[in-house]
Design a protein around this ligand. Structure first.
Ligand SMILES: Cc1cc2nc3c(=O)[nH]c(=O)nc-3n(C[C@H](O)[C@H](O)[C@H](O)COP(=O)(O)O)c2cc1C
Ligand code: SF4
Length: 469
C-alpha cells in the first residue's frame, strides 16, 4: 500500500506536497490553481501572459495597437500584470483558506522583472510564492524577499543552483521556499538541457537530486524542500523518494497530468488528443525562439518545422567554389542563387513541389518555403510584441542598450511562440499549434483512471494521486 503523504511547510503553511506546475500561456490560471490549493496542495498561476476578463467575465483578447515593437512590448507587460492580478484574486477566492498559491514566470520572458513586481505589488496577501525558471534568475530572491513571498528557482542541475545561490540567493535564504528540479528529458514545456547533456540519453533524476541535496546541505538548507518536476505520474513509481533520508523533504510537481481536468481551460479537442497519444508522439526539440529545448506533441505544427529545417541549403549570390549552378528563385524568378550540383537538384525538386520562396537563416543557409508560408513568417516577425528577453525568430531583445535587437539575423526555422501559445490556449486547432507536453503524456491512454474518456475534477485527481495511482 502507498504510504500516507506527510504534509510539508510550503510558503508558510502545512500543505500536501503536491504542486501543479505553472503552464503558460493561460493553461494554469486562477481556476486551476485555486482548485489545486482548495484540494490541499499548491496551485500555480501562469504569469506568462495570463488572461484578463471584462466586466461580463469574457476574456479580453490580447490585441496590440502600438506601431513599434517597443510600444507593443509595453502593452504586453500591461496585459500580463492586469491578467496576473485578476487570476490571483480568482485563485484566492477559490482556495477557501486551503493550500497555497504560487505564480510562475519565465526569467527569459520579455519584461520579466517588471511583470513580477507589478503582479506582486497588486496582489499582496493573495500570492505566497513565485516559481521561476528559464535562464538564471539572479534577481528573483531579492525581489521576492522585498515583497515577503517565497521563491522557488527552477533548475535542472545542482551546478546551476550552486551558482545562483553563491551569487545571489545567499542574501535572501530565508525566503527560499524550495528548489524545483525539473528533469530536462521528461518535463513538458521548455527544458534546461545543458550543452554537455545529450537529448537522446536521459539521466536518472535520483542521483541528480541527491547531488542537489548535498549541495543544499553544504549551505545549511537541509530542510528546504526539493520539488521533483518532470515525469511524475503515479506516485507509487516514486515510493523510494518518499520519506527518504538521503533526499530530505520532497514535493512532487505535475504538469502534464493536470492538463486533463474539468477545471483545465484547454480546449476539448486538446483534451481529446491527450487520450490518444503514444510514446513516439512526444518530442524533445530545439525549435523554440528562446533557444531552449522544449518537449511537445509531435503534431503537424512540429512536423512542418522539421520539414522546413530539412529544406535547407548553403547558397551564394555569386559563383563561389563548387557553388556554380544558377537557379532563379522568387515569384518573378528575379533572383539568382548559386548552389553546388547536388544541392541544385534538391532546390529544383523543392521549387517544383511549390516551395518557391527562400528565406535566409543566421547560419548562411537558406530554407525553401511556399509563398504563403514565407508571407506568414514575415508577417509574424513584423508583428512581434517582444514577449521574450531574446528571440531568435524575430531578433527582438528587450535590452535598450542593444537597441532592442539581438544583432543577429532573424531565424525562419523557428516561430512566434507568443502567437501559437495564445492560439492553442484560446481554442485554435491544437494540431496546428505548439502543444507542450511532457514525455509521459502517452500515459493518459493507458492509465485506467481515464478509461472511457473520464475527465476528473482537480479534487478527484489530487485524491487519486495521493493513493499512489
Ligand atoms: C502545456 C505546458 C506548459 C508549460 N508551461 C510552463 C511555463 O510557462 N513555465 C514553466 O516554468 N513550466 C512550464 N511547464 C512545465 C510544468 O510546470 C511542469 O514543471 C512540468 O510539466 C512537469 O513535468 P511533467 O510534464 O512530466 O508533469 C509547462 C508544461 C506543460 C505541459
Ligand atoms: S516574435 Fe519572438 S519575441 Fe516577438 S512575440 Fe513572437 S516569440 Fe515573442
Amino acid at each position: 500500500m502507498f504510504p500516507t503523504l506527510n504534509s510539508l511547510k510550503i510558503s508558510g503553511a502545512d500543505v500536501l506536497p503536491l504542486i501543479e506546475g505553472g503552464k503558460g500561456c493561460c493553461v494554469t490560471n486562477g481556476n486551476t490553481s485555486g482548485a489545486w490549493a482548495e484540494a490541499g496542495g499548491i496551485g500555480t498561476i501562469s504569469g506568462v501572459n495570463p488572461d484578463s476578463y471584462d466586466s461580463n467575465g469574457i476574456i479580453i483578447p490580447q490585441t496590440y495597437s502600438g506601431k513599434t515593437r517597443i510600444e507593443r512590448h509595453q502593452e504586453l507587460i500591461n496585459y500580463a500584470i492586469e491578467g496576473g492580478v485578476q487570476q490571483a484574486k480568482i485563485a484566492h477566492d477559490m482556495r477557501k483558506d486551503n493550500g497555497r498559491i504560487h505564480v510562475n514566470i519565465l526569467w527569459e520572458m520579455g519584461g520579466a522583472e517588471t511583470v513580477l513586481k507589478g503582479i506582486l505589488e497588486k496582489s499582496k496577501g493573495l500570492v505566497h510564492g513565485i516559481t521561476c525558471g528559464a535562464g538564471m534568475p539572479y534577481k528573483l530572491g531579492d525581489i521576492c524577499a522585498s515583497f515577503g513571498v517565497y521563491y522557488y528557482p527552477i533548475i535542472s542541475s545542482a551546478r546551476a543552483f550552486k551558482i545562483l545561490y553563491k551569487r545571489a540567493y545567499s542574501r535572501s535564504a530565508e525566503w527560499l521556499g524550495g528548489v524545483v528540479y525539473e528533469d530536462p528529458w521528461l518535463a513538458g514545456g521548455h527544458n534546461g538541457l545543458s550543452n554537455h547533456e545529450d537529448p537522446e540519453v536521459p539521466q536518472d533524476p535520483y542521483p541528480r537530486c541527491v547531488e542537489l541535496r548535498k549541495a543544499m546541505r553544504a549551505i545549511g538548507l537541509d530542510e528546504t524542500p526539493i520539488v521533483m518536476a518532470g515525469g511524475v505520474w503515479h506516485l507509487k513509481d516514486w515510493i523510494k523518494w518518499v520519506d527518504n533520508k538521503e533526499l530530505g523533504p520532497i514535493v512532487f510537481q505535475f504538469g502534464t497530468r493536470p492538463l486533463l481536468t474539468k477545471e483545465s481551460p484547454i480546449s476539448q479537442i486538446w483534451k481529446d488528443k491527450l487520450l490518444t497519444l503514444d510514446d513516439k508522439d512526444i518530442l524533445l526539440h530545439r525549435f523554440s525562439p528562446t533557444n531552449f529545448y522544449a518537449s511537445s506533441v509531435k503534431n503537424t505544427f512540429i512536423k512542418d518545422l522539421i520539414e522546413r529545417k530539412k529544406r535547407q541549403l548553403k547558397t551564394s549570390l555569386t559563383i563561389v567554389g563548387e557553388m556554380v549552378v544558377p537557379i532563379k528563385i522568387g515569384k518573378n524568378k528575379n533572383k539568382t542563387f548559386y548552389f553546388n550540383k547536388e544541392d541544385a537538384s534538391k532546390a529544383a525538386k523543392w521549387i517544383k513541389q511549390g516551395f518557391t520562396e527562400i528565406l535566409k537563416t543566421p547560419d548562411d543557409t537558406v530554407i525553401f518555403v511556399t509563398e504563403k508560408n514565407s508571407l506568414q513568417i514575415r508577417k509574424d516577425q513584423k508583428e512581434c510584441m517582444g514577449c521574450l528577453s531574446q528571440c531568435k525568430f524575430s531578433n527582438w531583445s528587450d535590452n535598450e542598450e542593444n537597441k532592442y535587437s539581438t544583432g543577429r539575423k532573424v531565424d525562419p526555422r523557428s516561430f512566434c511562440i507568443q502567437k501559437t501559445l495564445q492560439n492553442v490556449a484560446h481554442g485554435k486547432d491544437p494540431d496546428k499549434e505548439l502543444m507542450f507536453a511532457g514525455h509521459n503524456a502517452w500515459k493518459f491512454k493507458n492509465d485506467p483512471f481515464y478509461s472511457n474518456g473520464f475527465v476528473p475534477s482537480v479534487k478527484e485527481l489530487v485524491n487519486r494521486i495521493v493513493t499512489g495511482d
